[in-house]
Design a protein around this ligand. Structure first.
Ligand code: CA
Length: 234
């Protein structure tokens, strides 16, 4: 389930967006100020933030700039909301690091479409499209993992971990990054938790001879790679 943080001080708007998102299956957290938003993000890294420009105290714009300047939040998908459909505002919003920009009033259908577009581009593991890497296939809609006709049984955490790795293949992810992106928390959960679940995932993939797709990169983390054919069929 995708986690969306809504940062909006106008309660009626926040509630309207929240209702629509929950109805669509997103897990929603609300924040009314930049400070609250920052502590939410520190606690659990969301998959996407809907960020109002005009907030009491620190503005949404400066919060977006701060997040872009920090390693942990650099890739955080942000959709900025503003009261004015002003071209200069739009440019400033995108310059500050927003991935998209929406002027109020907007239709909830448009917001939902923008959310899906931003997630598809930046956090495909937050969507429920099926994904394939090599012979391995994972379908979030049916929660099934398979290799050809063979079904692979994995636990819920291994499923989320595999989903993240499969939507970001061939890249090395540190344990801290995996904790943030898969668990949503790198502060209170120990890094060796990742090792435990990687081990379980490899065990689950082993009968289908796919365990070696998950590589340990020494001193760096883990990477999912297309399976190399170890044995020639001759
Ligand atoms: Ca506002």
């Amino acid at each position: 389930m995708s986690r969306v943080l809504i940062v909006e001080d106008e309660a009626a708007i926040a509630e309207l967006i929240s209702l629509n998102l929950r109805h669509a299956g997103y897990e929603v957290t609300l924040a009314a100020t930049a400070d609250q938003a920052q502590s939410e993000v520190t606690r659990v890294l969301p998959d996407l933030v809907i960020l109002d420009w005009m907030l009491p105290g620190q503005s949404g714009l400066s919060l977006a700039k701060r997040w872009r300047s920090e390693q942990r939040t650099r890739e955080l998908p942000i959709i900025m909301l503003t009261a004015r459909a002003d071209e200069t505002d739009k440019v400033a919003g995108l310059d500050a690091g927003a991935d998209d920009y929406l002027a109020k009033p907007f239709s909830t259908n448009e917001l939902m479409a923008r959310i899906r577009a931003v997630l598809r581009r930046k956090a495909p593991e937050a969507l429920d499209s099926a994904v394939e890497v090599g012979r391995l296939r994972l379908d979030p809609a049916t929660r099934r993992v398979s290799v050809g006709e063979q079904e692979i049984k994995v636990g819920p955490t291994e499923f989320r971990l595999l989903h993240f790795l499969m939507t970001h293949p061939e890249r090395v992810h540190s344990r801290a990054q995996l904790l943030d992106r898969v668990w949503g928390d790198h502060v209170f959960i120990e890094e060796r938790t990742v090792d435990v679940h990687v081990k379980r995932l490899r065990e689950a993939l082993s009968p289908a001879k796919c365990a070696q797709m998950i590589e340990t990169v020494r001193g760096a983390g883990y990477r999912l790679t297309q399976q190399v054919q170890a044995v020639s069929a001759g």
